[in-house]
Every structure is written in structure tokens, then in C-alpha cells.
Write a protein that binds this ligand. Structure first.
Ligand SMILES: Nc1ncnc2c1ncn2[C@@H]1O[C@H](COP(=O)(O)OP(=O)(O)OP(=O)(O)O)[C@@H](O)[C@H]1O
Length: 274
């Protein structure tokens, strides 16, 4: 199972991109990554590392925040989408679920889901059928379908946000921090659904997470970002066993406290990359 992320064809290739906000704030300093078709790829790193910015660069949402890809390319199925508008990117099959859910609070859960189908041209019957499919994955949303989204729980709002993205019939979902603010049991439930959507519906995921532990248990491959650069990448199981990842991102170590010398060499590497 863990080879899935590594052996399949590349769907999305981010090549050495630089992103600048407001013409002056350099945030991504040459990020490259590959998302294989049918895989779950995790983008990891602490606060402000550049995870959301990377996702927005792919989905085309940077523009609304005065951000811009100033170098490099973003190839989706070989076509450069680095400067595409978000609606065109959705039509190509790539959609982002923003951090913090962003439901339309005054609309019902079902109305929220239906807004996700706005780029579709395959007719109401197909949309209705797809809605039922979304409810199969999120039975809780079916129960809550007539509730105003603003009055549903954080977990239900996260489900609504993912369900709404699914309504566009995406090939790839860019999922930003699905675990944010949710209890561990709910986080696990959401990741289980991600896994099923990946395995049963073939949806490719690129997910940004601060929760390294859960992300590396569900992803096939991972990239760790620090300060706008990729500092480590590899198969998820290899990253989970990596002593630096264990110590700095999973809060554990094989050998108890690691020696100052080892920590220093890691820091030195970080400085080198900075
Ligand atoms: N619209 C913006 N204008 C200026 N700077 C921004 C903007 N959005 C993000 N940044 C800066 O870019 C850097 C990376 O932010 P980003 O949100 O991509 O990080 P992140 O890894 O997703 O972290 P978090 O999990 O906290 O969202 C941060 O220093 C942040 O302050």
C-alpha cells in the first residue's frame, strides 16, 4: 500500500517555485514537489512554514491575497497552471479545501454542498446523484442537511467543506489542515474518510498538516517545509522512522534525549538551507 505514492505517474509537479506577497514578502524560496496520481501526499511543517501558501499557489487562490508565483512552474498533467485562475483550475480537476473550513454559515449544509457543483455542466440529475454519494461518505451530513451550517459543530463544518469540494467531482483535492481545532477522535474519522475517498473513488490528495503523526499514518509520501523550503522528503513510513522527524516533529526519540552534537548538526543543516 505504501508504494502507491511512489510508483504512479505524476499528476502535479511543483518545480522550484518562489512566492511573494505584496510584491516584497518572499515566502516560498524554491519549493519543488511531486504529487502522484492516486496517492496521498502530506505537506508538513510548523506554523508559517509555507504549507498553505504552497496549496494556494497550486489552486490559484494566491491572487486574492496579493500573492504571486514569481519563479518556477506548476504543472498539472503537464500544463503550467501557476498563473491560472481558480475557476479554471477547478475545471481541470483541482480544488482546495481552505484551512478553517469556510462554510457559508447562513446556508444549510445541503446548500453549502450544492455550491460546490457550480462549475459542473452535467445536469441536475448527475449532481443529485453525486450528492447522495457524498452523503454515503458523510452520513452525519445527511442527518444535518437542513441545518444552518453556522450552527453545526467544527467537525461537521470540516465534513461540509470536504463534501462541497467533492461536489465539483475533483481529481485532486488540496486539503489544508483538516485536523485544525478538532478532537483526536474526529481527526481520525476525517482521515479515515480521506483514505476511503482515495482508495474507493481514486481521489488524489495533497494535504497540509501540522499534525505530523496523523498525516504520516495516512499519507504515502511526505514533504517537510521549513521557512519556505523543503528540508526533507520521502515515503511516509521512512519519514516516520527518521530520527530528526521523530525528535522535531513527532516529539519522540529512540535514544531518549539526543546529544547536543546531533541536534547541532540538524540545526546546521537548517541554517544551510535557510
Ligand atoms: N496574505 C499574506 N500576506 C503576507 N504574508 C503572508 C500572507 N499569507 C501568509 N503570509 C506569510 O507567509 C508565511 C507562510 O504562511 P503560510 O500560511 O503559508 O504557512 P503555513 O505553513 O500554512 O502555516 P499555518 O499552519 O500557520 O497556516 C508566514 O510567514 C505568513 O505570515
Amino acid at each position: 500500500m505504501l508504494d502507491a505514492g511512489q510508483t504512479r505517474e505524476a499528476l502535479l509537479e511543483v518545480n522550484n517555485i518562489e512566492v511573494i506577497y505584496n510584491h516584497v514578502i518572499l515566502v516560498l524560496k524554491g519549493v519543488s514537489l511531486t504529487v502522484p496520481k492516486g496517492g496521498i501526499t502530506a505537506l508538513l511543517g510548523g506554523n508559517g512554514a509555507g504549507k498553505s501558501t504552497t496549496l494556494k499557489a497550486v489552486s490559484g487562490l494566491l491572487g486574492s491575497e496579493r500573492g504571486e508565483v514569481t519563479k518556477g512552474s506548476i504543472l498539472y498533467r503537464g500544463e503550467n497552471i501557476a498563473h491560472a485562475n481558480p475557476a479554471d483550475t477547478v475545471k481541470k480537476g483541482v480544488i482546495q479545501v481552505m484551512e478553517g473550513r469556510h462554510c457559508f454559515e447562513h446556508l444549510t449544509v445541503e446548500e453549502n454542498l450544492l455550491t460546490g457543483a457550480f462549475t459542473r455542466t452535467d445536469g441536475r440529475a448527475a449532481v443529485q446523484q453525486h450528492l447522495e454519494l457524498v452523503y454515503e461518505y458523510f452520513p452525519r451530513l445527511k442527518e444535518r442537511r437542513r441545518s444552518q451550517a453556522g450552527y453545526t459543530s467544527g467537525g461537521e463544518q470540516q465534513m461540509t467543506a470536504i463534501g462541497r469540494a467533492l461536489m465539483s467531482k475533483p481529481e485532486t483535492i488540496l486539503l489544508d489542515e483538516p485536523s485544525m481545532g478538532l478532537a483526536p477522535q474526529l481527526v481520525e474519522q476525517i482521515f479515515e474518510i480521506v483514505k476511503r475517498l482515495n482508495e474507493e473513488q481514486g481521489v488524489t490528495f495533497l494535504l497540509a498538516e501540522q499534525n505530523t503523526n496523523v498525516a504520516l499514518r495516512y499519507a504515502h509520501t511526505g514533504y517537510i517545509l521549513e521557512n519556505g523550503r523543503v528540508v526533507m522528503e520521502g515515503a511516509a513510513d521512512a519519514l516516520r522512522e527518521n530520527p530528526d522527524v521523530k525528535e522535531f516533529y513527532l516529539g519522540m526519540s529512540d535514544t531518549g534525549r539526543r546529544s547536543y552534537r546531533e541536534v547541532r548538526s540538524y540545526r546546521r543543516r537548517k541554517r544551510w538551507l535557510a
